[in-house]
Write a protein that binds this ligand. Structure first.
Ligand SMILES: Cc1cc2nc3c(=O)[nH]c(=O)nc-3n(C[C@H](O)[C@H](O)[C@H](O)COP(=O)(O)OP(=O)(O)OC[C@H]3O[C@@H](n4cnc5c(N)ncnc54)[C@H](O)[C@@H]3O)c2cc1C
Length: 376
């Protein structure tokens, strides 16, 4: 049983941390904007780390995307720059359906560009009236001879106006399919989504009778939900990695503050309740990290079978990050409330993680259902 990272993953961790350090000078500027930051993009392109997101035969680093490797990179990037974390993650999340079900033509056209970060990927599931309940989507794809016509809209789509293509989830007949839509397809338009408390590159997509060749469908008619699950099987656990990185960064801020600020004649860190908050946070981060690494390691060979563990890791780590960063603000007193301070930024950035890629309550339902089934 693996309890420590092997040399390959340790090397990758060092590589990702070096990239994160190189982003420090402009991370705040990038995280403060909901537009693509060219400096962050260039640093990611130069790093070659997005090669982790596609199979080796299409320009990737590994035979197939390795969830533990992706988890480690997200942990390192999120501790410094959420913009970089998101750009990196989306290259995998937005392209994985092509890896799994794309035709040879689709794979060889798009995956090398994804690996090189020359084409930014996007996955378009959510709609105005369909969030957690994906089956409620109304965007529809209809076959007309050897053409497909796509009509509907998508909301809160990461990479929005910057994406080169969208993998779109749509109704087809009585089921759901996935369609690969280049961003320049006639009839597709994108406008920015509302600004969030933690800025994020997001777009609202309108698909106004977008006409595509039949080959634009990924996989078979009705394979859409399976492709969503396959994507989550590899990438959901990486949100846990990012949450661990964020919580660790917040705790380090709180440690630096509380070991030097003196109240009642002692550093805050040596006052009982503050020491307890530091210790609890440290232990909770380590628990979440172990859960994330273990779920990610399980997902390497069989992502679908590991999804239950990935859901637990995502739930545990994102809820932990919320608790930890809140405690860190508390320990820092009024200094934790200063707008644009590092801790304030982390406080805002922790919040969306409990909502996207499976809201905590939805994950709990699935975890509880499996538990009830499994207990003899
Ligand atoms: C930063 C960010 C990036 C995003 N990027 C993308 C993207 O790239 N592509 C994409 O398709 N979408 C994206 N989304 C959308 C995201 O996937 C949705 O926000 C998410 O699925 C939740 O949907 P909702 O916000 O509509 O919440 P709703 O589904 O309306 O749920 C609201 C709340 O109700 C509760 N709830 C819902 N259902 C249940 C249930 N069955 N049982 C118990 N409680 C429940 C939960 O507390 C939940 O938080 C992004 C969102 C954010 C914030």
């Amino acid at each position: 049983m693996m309890l420590d990272l092997d040399p390959k993953h340790l090397d990758l961790q060092r590589e990702a941390r070096a990239l994160a350090r190189s982003l420090e000078a402009f991370a705040d500027e990038a995280d403060d904007s909901s537009e693509l930051h060219v400096g962050v993009l260039k640093a990611l392109q130069d790093s070659g780390l997005s090669k982790l997101m596609v199979p080796a035969e299409y320009g990737g680093r590994d035979i197939r995307p390795d969830p533990l490797a992706i988890c480690l990179v997200r942990e390192a990037l999120m501790a410094t720059c959420s913009h970089a974390d998101s750009l990196f993650a989306l290259q995998g999340i937005g392209s994985y359906a092509i890896t799994v079900a794309g035709s040879e033509e689709q794979r060889s056209r798009w995956l090398p560009q994804v690996a090189a970060m020359q084409a930014l990927a996007a996955l378009a599931l959510t709609e105005g009236d369909a969030g957690s309940d994906l089956r409620a989507v109304t965007t529809a794809v209809t076959a007309h001879g050897n053409r497909l016509v796509l009509r509907g809209s998508k909301s809160f789509i990461s990479n929005g106006v910057s994406a080169a293509f969208f993998v779109v989830f749509a109704r087809e007949g009585s089921g759901y399919s996935m369609v690969l839509v280049p961003a320049d397809a006639p009839g597709l338009s994108v406008t920015p989504s509302p600004e969030l408390i933690a800025p994020h590159v997001l777009g609202e997509i309108t698909l106004n009778d977008v006409e595509l060749p039949e080959e634009a469908r990924l996989g078979k008619v009705g394979q859409g939900l399976d492709l969503v699950l396959a994507t989550l099987g590899v990438f959901r656990v990486s949100v846990a990695g990012a949450a661990v990185g964020l919580a660790q960064a917040a705790l380090e801020e709180a440690v630096r503050h509380t070991r030097t600020r003196v109240q009642f004649g002692r550093p805050l860190a040596r006052l009982g309740p503050v020491a307890q908050m530091l210790a609890d946070s440290c232990a909770e981060i380590e628990m979440a990290r172990l859960l994330a690494y273990r779920a990610a390691a399980r997902a390497i060979d069989d992502p679908a079978a590991a999804l239950h563990h990935s859901s637990m890791a995502k739930l545990a780590a994102t809820e932990m990050a919320g608790r930890v960063v809140d405690r860190c603000v508390q320990m820092m007193g009024r200094f934790g409330l200063i707008r644009n301070s590092r801790i304030e930024k982390l406080y805002r950035q922790a919040r969306p993680m409990r909502i996207y890629e499976g809201a905590s309550e939805v994950l709990r339902l699935g975890i509880a259902q499996q538990l009830v089934r499994e207990v003899p």
